[in-house]
Write a protein that binds this ligand. Structure first.
Ligand code: SF4
Ligand code: SF4
Length: 445
């Protein structure tokens, strides 16, 4: 069977990420004959794989023609299956060419779709599985069990620190994957077909689920459907009322803010003062010393409490004691469970990006107070944390206290840091060096 690939409205990311998989379909007895990315333009095909939503009259015409020519039509990716990001807009602005825009819609609004491959981008295994079905014959025959496009409304998921707004979710599955990698499995899929939704088991709130408030899923949601409950308004009100005058800033949060603003850390400190803060201390919260398991924050404490409850008696409870009138600026979403006001570096960046930070003179911190890290063993990232807790559960291998840092890469990649597209790897590395330098020159160390 001959296979052709087409794009309608969307970023074309599905196609780019699946080129390699498409090159391997000859193993399934299929022949790729149309994929302009690879210079293939044959217009005679049996199977059409279409990515992107329908967002112009030209797209409708092209899709109807594809449907007429193809025996089997596969909708590829969230935009083709559900409308995706363009489907969230009232009308897509089509900038290139004389196109006549329409409100973006999934393929099934206009034509019969035989198979759906969801994801943003979809996993390659999923696409290959569907193509294998098509080539070998599957339990799901084209045209069988078709449902009208009528999406059941999913409920939003509330929580103290994060919430999932169902209306915005494009079911790309990134948060589900990240949460799985964290070893928590608080998010998953519910319902079927076009009514599929991402939610918690039994659609309970994040607080009632196994969620440990690590915040990693928030960093990877491409459309802001999953977001933290912001503490920014509370902080700005307290600053205006003169109730908060001093900030404790974790070094990692300062790195995140400087990297996302693309300025030296001294300018990031000046920008914080421009918000109304009088004194800034670069500070790292001391770790509790009196237990075998030392969680770096409430996220690790909740991880033990919810997933390894038998180890809770061996675990210290992280406490934050800050004086009245201070705010903590943190790289860790879960710290917001321990004190108020606490704001994340991501939230602070949102307030600072409106300022002309470049025009501000660089400032040094008023004080640096970094607790000496205890000579503890460290477990960094979900797999090391799991290994340590499994060893402790089996009662072997861990005799000395161990500090748990759940986020992959530690606090520098904490769930309260700016989004990865605001501060990439390279910017973070550069800002980390600059912050270390600033700390040295302030402490004379
Ligand atoms: S905050 Fe962490 S634990 Fe909670 S749902 Fe997101 S990834 Fe899972
Ligand atoms: S909440 Fe965001 S990351 Fe999760 S599936 Fe929906 S759009 Fe994707």
């Amino acid at each position: 069977m001959k296979v052709a690939v087409f794009s309608l409205g969307g970023c074309e990311g599905c196609r780019y990420s699946l080129v390699e998989a498409l090159l391997s379909i000859s193993d399934l007895g299929l022949e790729l004959v149309h994929e302009p990315l690879l210079g293939l333009h044959d217009e005679s095909y049996d199977v059409a794989i279409v990515e992107g939503s329908v967002d112009s009259r030209e797209d409708v015409e092209k899709l109807l023609e594809i449907r007429q020519r193809a025996r089997v039509l596969v909708a590829l990716g969230t935009c083709a299956v559900l409308g995706g990001v363009p489907g969230l807009a009232e009308e897509v602005a089509v900038k290139c060419g004389p196109r006549r825009p329409l409100r973006a819609a999934p393929l099934s609004r206009y034509v019969r779709v035989d198979y759906w491959v969801r994801g943003c981008p979809p996993p390659r295994e999923e696409l290959l599985r569907v193509l294998r079905w098509i080539s070998e014959g599957s339990p799901l025959k084209p045209g069988e069990s078709r449902f009208p496009y009528c999406r059941e409304q999913a409920a939003s998921v509330p929580g103290t620190l994060l919430e999932l707004e169902a209306e915005k979710c494009i079911v790309c599955g990134r948060c589900v994957k990240v949460c799985e990698e964290m070893g928590v499995h608080a998010l998953g899929y519910a319902r079927r077909s076009v009514s599929i939704a991402v939610t918690t088991p039994l659609e309970v709130s994040f607080d009632e689920s196994t969620c440990v408030a690590c915040g990693q899923c928030v960093l990877y949601c491409p459309v802001g459907a999953l977001r933290e409950v912001s503490g920014l308004r509370e902080l700005l009100q307290a600053l205006r009322a003169g109730l908060v005058r001093e900030a404790y800033v974790e070094p990692e949060a300062l790195v995140g803010i400087a990297a996302s603003l693309s300025v030296p850390p001294g300018k990031a400190l000046a920008a914080l003062k421009a918000l109304g803060l009088r004194r800034i201390v670069v500070w790292r919260p001391p770790l509790p010393e009196d237990a075998l398991i030392v969680p770096a924050s409430m996220a690790e404490y909740l991880y033990v409490k919810k997933l390894y409850p038998e180890l809770l008696p061996l675990t210290a409870k992280p406490e934050l004691k800050l004086k009245h009138g201070t705010v903590l600026i943190t790289a860790c979403l879960a710290r917001r469970l321990s004190h108020s006001p606490v704001v994340t570096a991501r939230d602070v960046f949102r307030a600072l990006r409106k300022l002309d930070v470049d025009a501000l003179p660089e400032e040094a911190p008023d004080e640096v107070r970094l607790s000496h890290e205890l000579a503890l063993q460290k477990a960094v990232g979900p797999s090391q944390v799991r290994n340590v807790l499994e060893s402790l559960k089996a009662r072997h291998g861990v005799e000395r206290p161990v500090t748990l840092y759940l986020c992959p890469g530690g606090c520098l990649r904490g769930g309260g840091q700016p989004y990865p597209d605001e501060a990439g790897e390279e910017e973070l590395r550069r800002a980390l060096k600059a912050v270390e330098q600033l700390i040295k020159s302030t402490t004379g160390g």
